[in-house]
Each structure stands twice: as C-alpha cells, then as structure tokens.
Design a protein around this ligand. Sequence first.
Ligand SMILES: Cc1ncc(COP(=O)(O)O)c(C=O)c1O
Length: 364
Amino acid sequence: MKIKWSIPDIGEEEAEAAKEAVKEGWISGFGPRIKEFEEKFAHKVGAKRAIAVCNGTCGLIAALMGAKAVLADIAPAFSRLKIHVPTWTYIASANTADLVGELHLWDVYPRTFNIKADELGRQRGADDIIMPVDVGGLPVNYDELKGYNTIADSSESLGAVYNGRKIGSIADAHVFSFFSSKVITTGEGGMITTNNNFLGEKIRKITNQGYAGNPWDYWHVMKGFNFRMTEMQAAIGLVQLRKLDTFVNKRRILAKVYRETLSDLVEYQYEPENRKSSYYLFTILVPPKIRNQLREHLQRNEIETRLWRPVHMQTPYAEFYHQSFLYADYLYNWHLHLPIHNCMTEEEALLVGETIVKYMRDNK
Ligand SMILES: Cc1ncc(COP(=O)(O)O)c(C=O)c1O
C-alpha cells in the first residue's frame, strides 16, 4: 500500500527509552517512569491527576466503575446505573458502559458527529452517567453537558482544545488511548485524568486490585483489577508526550491540505470556532451511490481508507437494531475515513485529495 491509513511515529528514541527501563530492571507497573509519565501528562492537559492504564478500554471500565462507586457512596440505595453513549463511536465505548451499567444509545449531531445532547436532558436521571465521545479528535460541546456526571471517552482527542482549554480536565474524568494509531502511542496503553481527588482515588484503586495503600500489605478495600501500565510503555510515553504538540500541528496541517484540495466537493466533520480537533480521523462525507466505488478506486491507487459501523448496527447490540438513529445512519452511509497520521507528508495528503477530486469529477 502506497499510502497507509495510519502508521505509528515511533523510532530510535522510544526504543532507547524502553531499553533503559529493561536494563534497570523496572518492567512492571510500579516504576518511576510511570509516576513521571502520569505527572507530566496531567500537567500537559491541565488536570490535577492522571492514572496510567494498560489500554483505553480498561481505562473506561475503571473510570465508569470509579464514578459508580462515588455515586453509591453518595446515595447507598442507588443500584441501576444508566450510562448514555453515542452510537457513532468505536465499540469499546458501548462495551464498557454495558459492562458497568445499563447502556443507553444516543444519536449524534450530523455536523460534528458528537452526542446529540439536546435530547438527553429530558430523559436522564440525576444519577446517570453520560459518556461523551470526542469522536475523530473533535471535542463535544462540553457546555451542553454542564451539571451531568460525565466520563468522557477522549481516546481520540489528546491535544484537542475546547474554549481554550486542553481536553483532560473538563469532564469529571477523561480517558485516553495510546493504541498504535492514536495521536501518541505506547503500543497499547491509556491514561485517565480527573480534577476530582475523591473520584481519582477510587479509580486508582480499581486499576490496582483495590489495594488500600502499599501493595505488599495485601489489604484490599474495594474490588479492583490489574489495569496497570508497564514501565516500558511509560518510557515510550514520556518520549511521545514531548512530541505531542508537533504531532497535533502536523495533523491539523494535513487536515487543512485535505480541505483546500477537496474544497466543497465533499462534506466534512464541522469544527466549531471554539474547538480545535486533534484530527485523529479525517472524515469526508460523499453520496452513498459513489462512496463504495470511490473507496475501491482509492484502494486500486494504493490508498488505504476505513469505514465504521455504528454501535446499534453491531451484532452484540441487536436490541438496538430497530431503534431510529437518523443521523448516525446517515453518517454510516456517507462517511469515509481518509489516511491521516503523524508520519504522513503534505504531498501525500495532496495526492489523496487530488485522486478523490479527479474521481468525483469523472463520475458526476
Ligand atoms: C473512541 C474510542 N474508544 C475507546 C477506544 C479503546 O482504546 P484501546 O484500543 O486503547 O483499548 C478507542 C481506541 O481504539 C477509541 O477510538
């Protein structure tokens, strides 16, 4: 494939950092690099605390369980936790909500692809949790969610900005993923950030077998798991974090090249004035009658793309098949995720854009 959909931007420096950790014998989840990575990450996104985890999925489970534990402390009678999730997301958002509580799926706004919060207010209870997803790297409208319990799936939006604030301290907790295609990577890995010490304490315990304090006392004060990150991952993460601003700038330049080349031939995920996407995804919308042919044409030109399927169309969620999700269905039929990654050049983005323009002009 000439132009890959995503390539991790990782090399000598990261390899050296991981090697150092191995040589020193710090390999599991309690070493100094993890602490340093957590501190630097929290500082970078403007949050009070950060908790490193083995991946974003486990981060979501821990954050939801932590929020549930806090709600149970406040209202001991509460038992059934409703968790509201947009259907236009990666399936981990729904799977983790379904595991921890009762999953409620929501449609999205057709322009930003973010959870359609204007309808939520009428139907949610005071103890419900909303899981907004900064899909494609674009922050949701957090102002609309004020007063809700929010565990944000920010897996795709590291480095994004909302009203001048970095994503990481706006919701009650944010969860990030460091999978290989993400804005920064540690192979597998993730981070939870929060400004709420009480919630942060619960989450820390859940990610660490519910230990009271020192693990070597083997005293467990709540149910938890081993969701810890390894020291090698943290060593890589520290190097990647230093490059975050460069990575995000690069992605934003590539997005600009795409928009300038494709102009008004296609529709895009709309980026409102007060939000800056980290462009984890660059998604275009093209009429369904040519979308699949365009994808095949790009494939023949060795340009890789991706297609999503919303949660309500996935096999484990058959109970939602017949529910109406007007805008998510529209996105499903019209969307195409174009290549975008930290190693991609502007020339490559131009080539992809021009290939699409030519195809669309020839197939009007
Ligand atoms: C929106 C979203 N949620 C959750 C995840 C899960 O993260 P991970 O793959 O690190 O478990 C991802 C990434 O894959 C994602 O894009």
